[in-house]
Each structure stands twice: as structure tokens, then as C-alpha cells.
Design a protein around this ligand. Structure first.
Ligand code: BGC
Length: 703
């Protein structure tokens, strides 16, 4: 059972609507969460749901997938092969700010007298809109309407419209449209990298990150170019304004790398609105100079001006119609389904936002909605998101798998560092290198290799796309199988064992024969054998090419087959269950029922050595194996395993509830199934894990 109670979003602030997420009151209490749940993204570019005024704000941020800074990891006690270079996604300059002044009075939501207020994320339109009526200190009434979207059609583009209308009396109106480098804006001069005790949070990189290389105006556009100090990545940004107002208006620009502005001043009469369109184009690269990126931004802007916002909005809806056509899930519960239906759609919408234009990149654990996990790609993609995409959006699934393939070179190098053959994919990364500093809950999770193999198999089976195996799939399977064959060993009794690994449950680390790992490794080995043999028989020319490319010999394939055939899968005959690993059952049981609620998640309250001494589970491990590899267990085994692990499972990882729900449903435990289902679906909207302000839990959305 989930150990945490949660409260669904209050209806007087967030009314139920199956296709929209609306906020009908300004709620300072929900500020940082709202920035996450109203975030917009297309998988390339993401902006959190900041207010147009730029303040108050929780953790204002905009991201480009894969655009990161590197920094040296300082290990207090270094050891051979530990990850040396950290990677952190950069908070790119924020183009969402449009500050409003009427009669020189600023609109500031917490203290403003608002006659109307409504902010709406529309999941079919792909827009975040806001409409309010402000009663100014002088008693004038102003209607302010805005709309923002991150284009699904033109992936570099963020488009905004902002409209101000005096309802009763005229007033001088000023709109300051700004671009702010928040990455390098610091509260104080920090000498060192700052890191909180919560390992899930992002790191604030020390020193200046974005070095400005271009800052100029061109016609109506502000053009900015940057280079990151250490990773040497480049960024281009162009911002263009279209102002529609009375003749009596002025536009003035001031540009600088950290804070640029276009200030629009107009005398506004009732009945005649001031209308501003703000288009921002972002480009990032590892190789192209920022000056060239800025030129590309200009081209995007010119095209967008030519197409017009209306037509981009229409295209936005068409993309979403295509998404929903295949992805929608409808539920009916007795006693009202509205909130759950809304939450399910919101989760599906997050998957769309995280992946739709993630071309040539992976999917960060938080999508592009928050700083936690530093924009890193984990196994979350392959196990939790790719199955959904394989069924509903095969083009995206294929791209993501191809992206993994692009990291194969780095994974080979990593295997070599670990004194292993084949490839060792990094536990967390942006650029292909291992970025996990804590190897016990990082690199030791070799299961990521098998998770990738699993995702390939699922994709190929679902789509019937064997061409993918020919292109790149078989190569990944060979290299991952090689790692297992080298990592494990045959014991005198003949079994194949895999020692010194960490399974999905990070509350037990560096163990022998983790059942999940061994079962998934077996799948990886068997699938590699089957794929190589299929190539040999059906595509002899491609087989020969593969053999040449990876230096494969038939003995190796036989070795994989033998290892898989005698893979050791731990089983406790007395209890009739699978021990999570070789000595899991010998440890003392952690009594979760007697653990004070404020001690969760355990990782923030107990030293790892305390946690490692006990039978206590962060997230589904054997239970996950029973879901992914359902045919390996009969229903009684599933029931016994589920019942054994359920009371030990904290749910401290958001990757758990969805899996527990599925398995509980399968064994007929409807109460557990329903309760985990609710907590998985509500994970972010009800802030079940207490950290939605740091970003959406994309794996949960997929789960
Ligand atoms: C989980 C991992 C997961 C990561 C990113 C951690 O808390 O234990 O399994 O990959 O979060 O979502």
C-alpha cells in the first residue's frame, strides 16, 4: 500500500475539466508546483509555467534538451573508474517575460485586485492561456489576455501573444518584454558548486555558464548567442516582436547578454487594445558557432512571421489531434471520473510534450519541466516511456532507440574502463558518458543494458520493424550481450551467476544475483542470439556486415546461449518466492508500519548503511520483473511475491506505484491495484511525492 496520503488539487482553484487544467485563483501556495504542471514543451524546448510578469516565481526556467554544462566531479575519496565529469542541463535565457505597467503601476498578481482570473492549459490546443481583469490602484479596469505555446510544428519556436485593453478609462500603458539569463543570475557570489542534501535535485554549476558571444538588434529582432564555459556548447536565440496599437506608441530596445528588453509604450483608449506578438527561436549545438545559430533563429522567426500565429496554432492542434487519436485513454468510475480522467490526460499530455520533437536526444527524467536529475536520461525512457511510444508513436520510439545507438561508442569505452567486454550504457547521462558519481546506485545498475534490449524487442515486436535490427538494433544487442557474458560466470554446479550489481531497487546495492537483473540479462542474451541467427538466415549480407563491424564469432553466440540456458534465478522454496537477491532474505525486515511518516523518503533521513542493512525496498524490483516478464512467473508465484514485497516497499521512488498497480490488478488484489493506480495517476497533480515543483515524473506518466 502507498505509505503517503495525498490530497487532490482543490476544486475551487483547479476545477475539474477533462481536457483542460485550469487555475481560477492566484494561489501563492501552489506557485512552484504550478510552474511544473503548467510547463510547456515539445521535447526540444521547454518552458516552465512562469507568470508573464516574471514574478513572483518559484524556479523559473527554460531548457533545451541536451544543452548542458560540464563540471569536474570532486570525489572526496577518488577511485579508479569513477565518473569524473558532471553534466547539468542549462537554464537557457527566459523569453517568457512581459511585464505590464498601467499609469506606471506594475501588475503584480499577489497584491493586484483581480476581478477575473483564469489560467488554462488546454491539452487539445497545446496552449497555456491567461485572462484576467485587473482593477488598478487608480480604479481603472484593464483586461489582460495572453497565450503561449511551444510549437510542435516548428520545434525551435516559442510563441506568445499579449493583449491589453482598458475597459473604462484611458491610460498610458507600458509593456516591458524581456529576455533574462537566469542561469548566471545568482543571489550571491558562490565560490563552489552548490548541492543540496537531496540527491535528486539539480546542481547549480559554479562560475559563469553562458558566455555571451552575440548581442545585437536586427530590424525588429533581438539576437543573442552564447557558448557554455566548459562543455563548449553553443546557443542561439532570436526574439521578434509585432506590435499592434494606436499611432500613439513607441517601441525601444535595449540589448545585453544577461538582460535585454523591448519596451512598448502606448496611450490606450477603451475599445482599442494593445496587442503584442512575441516570437522566440532557440537553437543549440555542439559544433556550430553561435553566430550561425543566431542566423538560423532569424530564419525560423521570418518563417513564423510569414506563417502567422493563427496558422501555427492550427498546426499545433493538428499535431495534438494526431497524438490523441492514438494515445487517449478514457476511464469511467462510479462516483465520478472527472478528476482521474483529467489526470490521465494530463499524464499522457506530458508524454507528448516530453517526446514529440525530441529528435536526436533522449527524454530526461523530468522531461523539460524542471531541474531535478539535471536533464539526465535514465532507464526511465526504455522501460517506462518507450513501450507507450512503440504502441502509439512508432516514429518517436524508433528515434529514441537510434539515439541510444549513437551512444554505443561511449558505452564501449565505459565497458573497457570497467574491465568488461561489449558496452556498458551509463546509468545517467546527457552526452553518453557516465554522469552518476555514486557508483553503487549508478554504474552498478548494469540492468540498463538489458532494459535497452527489452525496449528494442518490444519495439520490433510491436511494429514488426525488423529493419531496425538490421540498421542498428543487432549491433546494440551484440554489445550488450557481450557485457553480460563477461560480467557473469559459470559456477562449478553449472549455473551462470551475475555478481556485484544493483537492481532497480536502490535501497539494496551491489549484490549478487539480483533476480530482476538476471532475468533481464537472460532476455538480452536470448534476444541477441535470436537476432543474430535471424540475420544469418534471412539477411546473409547484413549478417556478414555485422560480423565485420563488431568482430563477432559464432562461439560467442553459443556462449550467450549457454549462459542464458543456465542463468541462476534465485528462489526460496520454503516461502515460494524469489528473493530480490542472494542474501536479501537474510537481512532484518524494516517495519514500515512503525516508521514515522515524516521519515519518508528514507533516503533523506537515513544513512545509506542503515538502509542497506534491512529488507526495505525503494521501488518495484521483483515486482517489476513480474510485470515486464510476466510469462516467467505463474499466477501463484506472482501473488506470493507481490504479497511478500508489498509491505517492504516504501514507494520512495515514483517509478513504483504504477507497476505495483498493474501487478496487483493481475493477481486480483483490486484494493491495492486501485490505490496504487490513484497515487500513480495523481503523482504530480496531487504532488504525491512532495517534489513536483522540481519537475514532472515522466516515468510515472508512462507507467
Ligand atoms: C529511481 C531511478 C530512476 C531515477 C530517475 C530514482 O529515484 O530510483 O530508478 O531512474 O529516479 O527517475
Amino acid at each position: 500500500m502507498p505509505k503517503r496520503d495525498f490530497v487532490l488539487p482543490p476544486e475551487h482553484i483547479y476545477p475539474i475539466d477533462e481536457w483542460r487544467l485550469a487555475e481560477v485563483r492566484v494561489s501563492p501556495e501552489h506557485l512552484a508546483r504550478a510552474e511544473t504542471i503548467f510547463a510547456l514543451s515539445n521535447g526540444f524546448l521547454g518552458v516552465r509555467g512562469m507568470f508573464e510578469e516574471g514574478r513572483p516565481s518559484g524556479a523559473p526556467a527554460s531548457y533545451i534538451n541536451g544543452f548542458h554544462e560540464t563540471w569536474p566531479i570532486v570525489h572526496a575519496e577518488d577511485a579508479y573508474g569513477l565518473a569524473q565529469t558532471g553534466q547539468t542541463i542549462v537554464n537557457v535565457p527566459d523569453a517568457t517575460v512581459l511585464k505590464l505597467y498601467v499609469d506606471d503601476e506594475p501588475l503584480y498578481l499577489p497584491s493586484a485586485r483581480l476581478k477575473e482570473y483564469r489560467r488554462v492549459l488546454d491539452m487539445r490546443a497545446g496552449t497555456l492561456t491567461r485572462e484576467l481583469v485587473w482593477s488598478t490602484p487608480a480604479g481603472k479596469h484593464v483586461r489582460v489576455r495572453s497565450c503561449r505555446f511551444v510549437s510542435l510544428e516548428s520545434r525551435h519556436l516559442l510563441a506568445m501573444t499579449f493583449e491589453v485593453e482598458m475597459l473604462d478609462r484611458a491610460a498610458p500603458v507600458v509593456v516591458s518584454s524581456e529576455v533574462i539569463n537566469r542561469q548566471d543570475a545568482r543571489p550571491s557570489n558562490e565560490a563552489n558548486n552548490q548541492r543540496s542534501a537531496d540527491p535528486r535535485l539539480g546542481r547549480r554549476v559554479a562560475g559563469r555558464v553562458l558566455e555571451c558571444q552575440v548581442s545585437r538588434e536586427a530590424g525588429d529582432a533581438l539576437l543573442l548567442g552564447y557558448r557554455t564555459t566548459h562543455s563548449g556548447m553553443t546557443l542561439g536565440l532570436g526574439v521578434h516582436h509585432i506590435v499592434e496599437a494606436t499611432d500613439d506608441h513607441r517601441v525601444e530596445a535595449a540589448i545585453s547578454g544577461d538582460h535585454s528588453k523591448v519596451v512598448v509604450e502606448a496611450q490606450c483608449e477603451p475599445g482599442r487594445a494593445l496587442h503584442i506578438t512575441k516570437l522566440a527561436a532557440y537553437q543549440a549545438s555542439r559544433a556550430v558557432p553561435s553566430e550561425e545559430l543566431v542566423e538560423r533563429c532569424m530564419r525560423t522567426l521570418r518563417r513564423s512571421v510569414h506563417d502567422g500565429v493563427e496558422s501555427l496554432l492550427a498546426r499545433q492542434q493538428e499535431h495534438l489531434a494526431r497524438f490523441w487519436d492514438r494515445a487517449d485513454v478514457q476511464v469511467r468510475f462510479s462516483g465520478g471520473s472527472g478528476r482521474m480522467q483529467q489526470a490521465i490526460r494530463w499524464n499522457l499530455f506530458q508524454l507528448c510534450q516530453a517526446s514529440w520533437r525530441a529528435e536526436g536526444t533522449g527524454i530526461p527524467a523530468k522531461g523539460l519541466t524542471g531541474p531535478a536529475y539535471e536533464g539526465h536520461y535514465f532507464w526511465d525512457t526504455e522501460v517506462y516511456v518507450l513501450p507507450f511510444l512503440s504502441y502509439t508513436q512508432p516514429r518517436i520510439a524508433r528515434n529514441l532507440l537510434r539515439f541510444r545507438h549513437s551512444m554505443l561508442g561511449a558505452a564501449r569505452t565505459r565497458a573497457h574502463e570497467l574491465a568488461l567486454s561489449g558496452a556498458a550504457f551509463p546509468w545517467r547521462t546527457i552526452n553518453g558518458e557516465e554522469a552518476s558519481a555514486y557508483y553503487a546506485a549508478g554504474t552498478a545498475q548494469y540492468h540498463i543494458n538489458a532494459d535497452i534490449a527489452y525496449a528494442i524487442r518490444r519495439y520490433v515486436d510491436v511494429r514488426g520493424d525488423r529493419g531496425f535490427l538490421v540498421e542498428v538494433g543487432a549491433e546494440i544487442l551484440v554489445e550488450t550481450a557481450r557485457l553480460w557474458a563477461d560480467l557473469g560466470f559459470h559456477c562449478p554446479e553449472g549455473h551462470f551467476h551475475i555478481h556485484g550489481v544493483t537492481g532497480p531497487d536502490e535501497y539494496t546495492t551491489v549484490v549478487n544475483d539480483n533476480v530482476y537483473t538476471n532475468l533481464m540479462a537472460r532476455l538480452n542474451l536470448n534476444y541477441a542470439v535470436a537476432s543474430v541467427r535471424w540475420l544469418q538466415q534471412e539477411r546473409p549480407a547484413d549478417y556478414i556486415a555485422l560480423v565485420r563491424e563488431v568482430g563477432l564469432d559464432e562461439d560467442e553466440v553459443e556462449q550467450w546461449e549457454r549462459a542464458a540456458a543456465v542463468m541462476y534465478i534465485a528462489h526460496d522454496d520454503k516461502r515460494g518466492i524469489n528473493p530480490q537477491d542472494d542474501n536479501f532474505l537474510e537481512k532484518e525486515v524494516w517495519d514500515l508500519a512503525r516508521t514515522p511518516p515524516e521519515d519518508f523518503p528514507l533516503l533523506l533521513h537515513y544513512h545509506p548503511l542503515v538502509i542497506y542493512r534491512y529488507q526495505v525496498v525503494k521501488q518495484a524490483d521483483v515486482v517489476l520483473a513480474m510485470y515486464l516478464l510476466g510469462n516467467e512467473f505463474n499466477i501463484d508465484e506472482k501473488r506470493r511475491n507481490f504479497e511478500y514485497y508489498e509491505p517492504l516497499t516504501t514507494g520512495d521512488s515514483s517509478l513504483s506505484a504504477c507497476v505495483q498497480s498493474i501487478v496487483a490488478a493481475e493477481i486480483g488484489d483490486e484494493e491495492a491495484a486501485m490505490s496504487h493506480f490513484r497515487s500513480a495517476v495523481a503523482m504530480d497533480l496531487a504532488d504525491v511525492a512532495g517534489n513536483v515543483s522540481d519537475g514532472v515524473h515522466i516515468a510515472t506518466s508512462g507507467g
